[in-house]
Design a protein around this ligand. Structure first.
Ligand code: ADP
Length: 728
């Protein structure tokens, strides 16, 4: 058995020293001469020494000799100060006897980087107590150090990830806070305060402010800020910023005191840009020669201004200043940009809401001031949800009693039975409301309002249903115009006319009668001289003319009092035309009247179900006008057409070559009392004839119209149905 057996204790010691992983060396305590070192120690230093000292040549030499050499120790140990410190340690231990425990020490490299050692210096005392040797130990801790450094590195990465996550959390929290507030509230100031508070608490902003844009006036108004304007004088200057004073991009605030808000601005158009302005560090920017207003720099380092855009509308700005520099891609910037989207939408909504409300109150003010009464009724239950003061006055009901009460529950909607029969001829006003709520449109209908106090008002009422854009009916609008005054004036006028007519008719009939008697007597006994004969003829003609005028006046009264009725019977239209031509032909010598027939022979008849007297009146009117308004004489054509295509209609026309009618007058000549501007004012007439013509023709179910060229002549047409609608 070949068993290695050391023979002496020192040999065991030798083995221990040689095989320990700890480097060990012994120095003379006096001169620090290296007396002995184990292999591990020498190996450690081998790599650190210049070739001269390698291979154990340091044994027997002072530490100071081989230590202060320019070697390839790690940079830390190149420092002479460090080497001095090492020597110092050895001397101190030698003098004080206090062992030294060195901290980690980097020396040498392997393929993975520097190696690390713990080193210690211990005194060895002689029996008399004084220190004779110093024992220097160096144990390798490279693995531990590397493990620690890796752990530190991992911790660092983890901390970085954590801070990114934390920043992201803060960013999302700010945006979520703002978004929640936008959902819950429509109050812009509240939203602004919540936003600013979130920015302040999550990102420790020194200052933050929300401005709202007034595009019409081209100014930004401060909506809310931190600190408040009461707490910070500088912010007072930001209360009102004209667009023109907004500073462009990084050129920052104006030199001369004024408001300082750095907003991106399109230089060409002067409008704010869409991109946020981020000044990462205002001190750097100011140091770089760019001009940032001192008041801004005093407020902090990092600056953000986010322009708030909703579609194409600039709604305002959200700005914040942070105590430390920020990054363009930092969480603060992203939080403000993210919140900005929500705030812009909320501000747009508030703006539109305000606009609608303003428009609404403007419309309401207009409606409130209108002299016409306006009601708006709800379709669901007939409740009147709007009435203007004029409506309340016309209806004789106080506004509060009128609104919010369903129509059928109003006390005034009942009790129509006691009304006088003549009142019942006119529609009650609430009937119009009901019809409007059924979807009918009514235009200027004469209606009677019986007020709760019994008084009556005649109104012209119009109504129309109200629809949403989708075509759903939501209610109805009713407009009243009080025409009581006009109505009573008209009534008085009609009363006067009919009294006057009656009073005039009797004396005229008497005058006409006596004139005719005298004419008859004169022609029998030939006793009248020519002047008297002429005078009597004139009296007779003029009183006939007067009778005619009075008749026309009476007709107007009859029409207005709904007493104008037709007495229709089957009559030959052709015969009527011939009678009219005969009677009119004798009134003129300058004109030639001739009959033109189309679609029927002159021997034939054309029977219509008509009021003969009224139709004669129509024809006489048209023919006498043709004569009257052709002062130079000429042909007058009276025509009648019956066609096979329209066998139930007859077309009558009267054509002259007189003064004609100007285009702009055409629509008025059938209105009563209207006379065109081109007539000779001495021409007799009241402007009643055509009005009556139209009334008579329309009441027969026909139409009347005119074609005319001023200066060339006119043709009046009458289209007349021959039968009653039910067949005759
Ligand atoms: P008047 O008593 O004035 O003739 P009418 O009602 O018969 O009243 O006619 C109204 C107006 O129409 C006349 O004043 C005249 O200006 C115009 N008018 C009617 N017929 C003719 C016509 N044949 N030619 C030109 N103008 C006419």
């Amino acid at each position: 058995m070949n068993h290695y057996q050391p023979t002496e204790t020192s040999s065991y010691m030798q083995i221990m020293l040689e095989h320990t992983s700890v480097g060990m060396a012994v120095y003379d305590a006096l001169d620090l001469c290296l007396l002995e070192a184990n292999t591990t120690f020498l190996t450690i230093f081998e790599n650190l020494l210049t070739p001269y000292w390698q291979h154990g040549k340091i044994l027997g030499h002072c530490l100071t000799d081989w230590c202060f050499i320019k070697n390839d120790l790690s940079p830390r140990h190149h420092s002479e100060a460090v080497l001095h410190h090492v020597i110092e340690v050895f001397h101190t231990v030698a003098q004080t006897g206090i062992p030294y425990r060195g901290a980690e020490y980097a020396a040498g490299n392997d393929q993975n980087g520097p190696r690390y050692w713990n080193w210690a210096v211990d005194p060895v005392r002689a029996p008399d107590g004084h220190i004779v040797y110093l024992v220097h130990t160096a144990s390798e801790i490279t693995e531990q150090i590397r493990a620690r450094k890796q752990a530190e590195q991992e911790n660092f990465v983890l901390a970085q990830t954590n801070s990114t996550v934390e920043a992201e959390r803060k960013r999302l929290e700010v945006i979520e806070t703002v978004a929640r507030c936008v959902r819950d509230s429509q109050d812009a100031v509240h939203l602004g305060n919540i936003t600013i508070e979130a920015i302040r608490t999550h990102f420790h902003a020194n200052s933050a402010c929300l401005h709202i844009a007034d595009s019409a006036q081209r100014v930004l108004r401060l909506l809310c800020s931190y600190p408040s304007t009461d707490e910070d004088e500088a912010l007072k200057r930001l209360e009102y910023i004209p667009f023109e004073s907004m500073v462009i991009g990084r050129q920052a605030a104006p030199r001369s005191g004024g408001a300082s808000l750095v907003v991106g601005r399109d230089q060409a158009q002067g409008e704010p840009k869409r991109d946020p302005v981020v000044i990462e560090d205002m001190q750097d920017v100011s140091g770089s020669g760019r001009n940032i207003h001192a008041s801004l720099i005093q407020m902090g380092r990092g600056y953000i201004c986010v322009p708030l855009w909703f579609g194409d509308q600039f709604e305002g700005t959200l700005c914040a200043i942070f105590p430390t520099p920020i990054r363009s891609s930092g969480p603060e910037v992203r939080a403000l940009v993210g919140s900005g989207i929500h705030i812009a939408a909320a501000l747009a909504q508030v703006r539109l809401q305000t606009l609608i409300e303003r428009e609404h109150s403007r419309l309401r003010a207009i409606l409130d001031q209108l002299p016409e009464g306006i009601l708006i009724a709800e379709v669901s239950n007939g409740t009147i949800n709007y009435a203007n003061p004029a409506a309340a006055q016309i209806l004789g009901i106080a506004l509060p009693d009128l609104i919010e009460v369903p129509l059928h529950q109003h006390p005034w909607s009942k009790g129509r039975k006691e009304e006088a029969p003549e009142s019942q001829a006119i529609l009650p006003w609430n009937f119009v409301v009901v019809r409007a709520l059924c979807g009918d449109t009514i235009k200027s209908k004469e209606t009677l309002v019986v007020r709760p106090d019994g008084s009556k008002v005649v109104t012209l009422t119009s109504s129309a249903p109200l629809y949403t854009d989708d075509g759903i009916m939501t209610g109805a609008m009713i407009v009243f115009q009080d025409v009581t005054m006009q109505k009573s004036l008209e009534q008085h006028k009609n009363d006067f006319l009919s009294i006057a007519n009656h009073e005039l008719r009797t004396p005229i009939t008497v005058i006409q009668g006596f004139a005719e008697i005298l004419q008859l007597k004169g022609s029998q006994d030939r006793s009248l001289d020519p002047l008297t004969t002429y005078a009597l003829t004139s009296i007779s003609e003029q009183s006939q003319h007067l009778t005619h005028l009075i008749e026309e006046m009476l007709d107007i009264s009859r029409i207005e009092q709904a007493q104008f009725t037709l007495k229709r019977s089957p009559r030959d239209l052709l015969a009527l035309l011939r009678r009219a031509i005969e009677s009119q032909a004798i009134t003129t010598r300058q004109h030639t009247l001739h009959l033109v027939l189309e679609g029927l022979p002159s021997t034939d008849t054309l029977v219509g179900f008509i009021d003969e007297g009224r139709m004669i009146q129509v024809l006489n009117n048209l023919v006498s006008n043709a004569i009257k308004y052709s002062p130079c004489g000429g042909d007058i054509e009276i025509g009648l057409r019956s066609s096979e295509e329209e066998p139930h209609e007859a077309l009558i026309w009267v054509k002259d070559h007189g003064i004609g009618i100007a285009a702009h007058e055409m629509q008025n000549i059938f209105k009563r009392f209207h006379r065109a501007g081109n007539i000779d004012r001495s021409t007799s007439g009241f402007g009643i004839g055509l009005y009556l013509v139209k009334e008579v023709v329309v009441r027969h179910g026909g139409r009347v119209w005119v074609e005319s060229t001023e200066g060339k002549g006119s043709t009046f047409y009458v289209m007349l149905p021959l039968n009653t609608p039910g067949g005759f």
